[in-house]
Design a protein around this ligand. Sequence first.
Ligand code: ADP
Length: 585
Amino acid sequence: MRNRIFIYLLTAFVMVIATVALAVNFSVRRAWENSFRGDIERNLRQKAAMMSLRIDTDRRNGLSEIVSQEAHAAGARATVIDSKGTVLADSEKAAEPTKNYALLPEFSSALRGEVGANIRTGSVIGVPVLYIAVPVTGGAARLAYPLSDAETSLPGLTRGLLWGVGIALLAALALSGLIAQAAHGRLHRIARFADHIAGGELTARIHDTRMDEIGQLGTRLDHSASRLEDLFRALRESQRQLETLLNSMQDAVIAVNSEERVQWANSSMNRLIASRAKPGVLAVEIVRDPDFLRAIRSSRELHEPATARASSILHGHTFDVTATPLPGGGAVAVLRDLTETERVEKTRRDFIANVSHELRTPLTSIQGYAETLLDAVPDAGHSREFLEIIRKNATRMSRLTEDLLTLARVESGEHRFDVQPVTTSELLNEAVRSFQEIARSQHVELRIEDHAATQVSADSEAVHQVFANLVENALKYGASGGLIVVGARPAGEFVEFYVQDCGPGIPSEHLPRLFERFYRVDKARSRESGGTGLGLAIAKHIVFAHGGVIRAESELNHGATFFFTLPCELHQPEESELASRVGRR
Ligand code: ADP
C-alpha cells in the first residue's frame, strides 16, 4: 500500500515539476531573449547614430577607416552604401558587387531618412543577425550584430533550471516518502480495524482524531463500530434471555435449518436423546422417529404448522410434536411429553369405567325390586309414588352408567370399530326405523333425504349410536316442530349426514360447547326428559374415530341441525390412524 501511495505521489510531483520547469523554461527564455535583444538593439541604434554622425562630420579619416573603427567599437559589422545601394565601405569583406543593398529592408528605410531595423539569418554566418541602418549624407550606414551571442548565453539558464528541477525532484521524493509513510500508517490502522470487526472483535477502534479526510473517516468508522457493539450486546442479551427461557421449559424444543440440520436445542431436548443435539448434525441422526421427522418436513415444505404424535423417541413415552416453519426454510419443533397426561387420563377413564361397571348390578337390582314392588304394593298413601321415583331415578342412573361406560370405551381408543363399506341409505333407514314408533306417538314426521346414495366406510352399529343420540335429541328438544329430517349429501371425499329438526333451536352462544361432556343448554329440561348430557360427547368421539367431524347449526326458534361426516368408501382411513384420532380427543 505504501509503495502505491508513494508512487502515485511521486508521479504527481514529477509531473507538476516537469510542467512547471517546461513553462518556466519557455517563458523565461522568451523574456530573456526579448530583453536581451531589446538591449542589443538600443545599444546598436545608439552606435549606428554615432557612426552616422561621425561619417557626416569626420573629415580627417577616410570612410573605410571610420567604418572599421566604428565596427570595432560596436563589436559589429559596419557597412556604408550610397543612395543607389552601392557599397562604399564595409568593415569585414568586400561586399557582393551585384547585390543591390538599397533593397534590403533596413537600408531602404534608412535611404528614406528613417532608422531601419531588421533581424534575419545572415547568409554568410547562418545565425540571426540584427541590422540597424541609419541615414548618412548621400546614402546610409548600417551596423550588423549577430544574435548568436544571446543564444549562447541561454544554456546557463537551462543549466540553472535543470539544477532547480533536480533539487525539486529530490524534495518531491523526500516529501512523497514522508506523506506516503504518514498515510500508510493511518490507512494501515483502518485496515487492521476492518479485520478485527470482520473477525467479530467489535471493541476495536481506530482512534484517529485528526481533522483531515482520513481522520474524519476514522471517527465515523469508530462511531459505527460502537453502534454495532451496542446492537450486538442487546442482541446477545435477548438471545441469552431466550435461551434461559427455552432451557427452563419442560417441553423439548429443537430448531433445524433448511437442510434439517440442528441449529439449536434446549436442555430438555438434550436430556431426551442419548447424544447431545450438536449444531450441524442431521435431525434424523439424533431423533429416530418417523412421525417427528414427517412433522418437521411437512411444516418446512408447506410453510404451515404441523402436528404429530411421536412414540419412538424415548421408550415408553409419547410426545405431542408441534412443528412450526421458520423464516429461511427451517422449522422449530416443540415436543410435549404426553405420557403423564395420558396416564392420568387413563386412570380417570378406568376409574369411571370401573365405578360405572360396579354400579350397574346394584342399579339393575334396585330397578327390578322397585318394579316388582310397584306391581305388588297397593296404591296406599304415597308408597307407589315413592316407588315410582325410586324406579325412575334408578333408571336414570343406570342410563348414566351405561353412557359413561360407552364414552370411556370410545374415548380410550380400546374399542375396535368394525369398519365396513355401508350404503348411506342403509344407515339412514336404520336410524329412522328405530324411532318411527316414538315419532308417530309424538305426531312428528320422520323424513329421509338421501342425496348421496353412495357407500361410506363405517362401523354401522357405532354410526347407529350417533344417529340414535341425534334423533333422540331432536325428538326430545325439537318435537314441537313436527318434522325431523334425517339425510345425507356428498361433501368431497366425505358424505355429510344431518339430523334437522324444526324445534326451538339452540342459542348460538351454546354451540361451541355443545359437544362437551355433561354440557346442557337447559339442565332441568334435559334431566326431566331423562338426558345424561353425554349423548353428543359420545357421538363426537365415534365420528372422530371414523375420521369425520361433527358440528351443529342453529338459530333460536328456527330449529337445530346436527351434521357429521364419514369418509367415502375409497377414502377409508388407516386403522392406526383411527386409533390415534380416538386417543387424541
Ligand atoms: P342430553 O342427554 O342432555 O340430551 P346431549 O349431549 O345429547 O345431552 O345434548 C346436550 C344438550 O344439547 C342437551 O342438553 C340440549 O340442551 C342440547 N340439545 C341437543 N340437541 C338439541 C336439539 N335438537 N335442539 C335443542 N337442543 C338440543
